[in-house]
Design a protein around this ligand. Structure first.
Ligand SMILES: [Zn+2]
Length: 115
């Protein structure tokens, strides 16, 4: 799982809020970057770090999950938005408005964009 590239992942905080992110690189590398950002108190590089440093929380890294895959950044961002939207108030991320256009809207409509 840690070596898997092109993923939408979720990291749970100890307070039960969730962070949802995407990366084209290996999940394990991105997760380590989050860990380092929290330890360095570097909120600018990670929303998760911002949350943890503000509330003095620590994520349950061993329970983090890969929710979906996507070979292009565009598709990953759409899936990420859908997951964040589902999480609602539990989401640590600032949610973006989901705005499906053109080809992606058509893929969702005919059920081709699957998680
Ligand atoms: Zn928390």
């Amino acid at each position: 799982m840690k070596d898997k590239c092109g993923v939408i992942y979720q990291i749970q905080c100890e307070c039960d809020k969730t962070y949802t992110g995407e990366t084209g690189r290996a999940f394990g590398i991105r997760q380590n970057e989050h860990r380092c950002s929290i330890l360095r108190n570097d909120s600018s590089s990670s929303k998760l770090a911002e949350h943890c440093n503000e509330f003095l929380h620590w994520p349950k890294f061993d329970e983090s999950k890969i929710l979906a895959t996507g070979s292009s950044r565009f598709v990953r961002r759409i899936k990420e938005d859908i997951v964040r939207d589902k999480e609602g108030e539990r989401s640590i991320n600032k949610n973006r408005a989901i705005n499906l256009k053109g080809q992606v809207r058509d893929m969702v409509a005919i059920g081709r964009l699957t998680m």
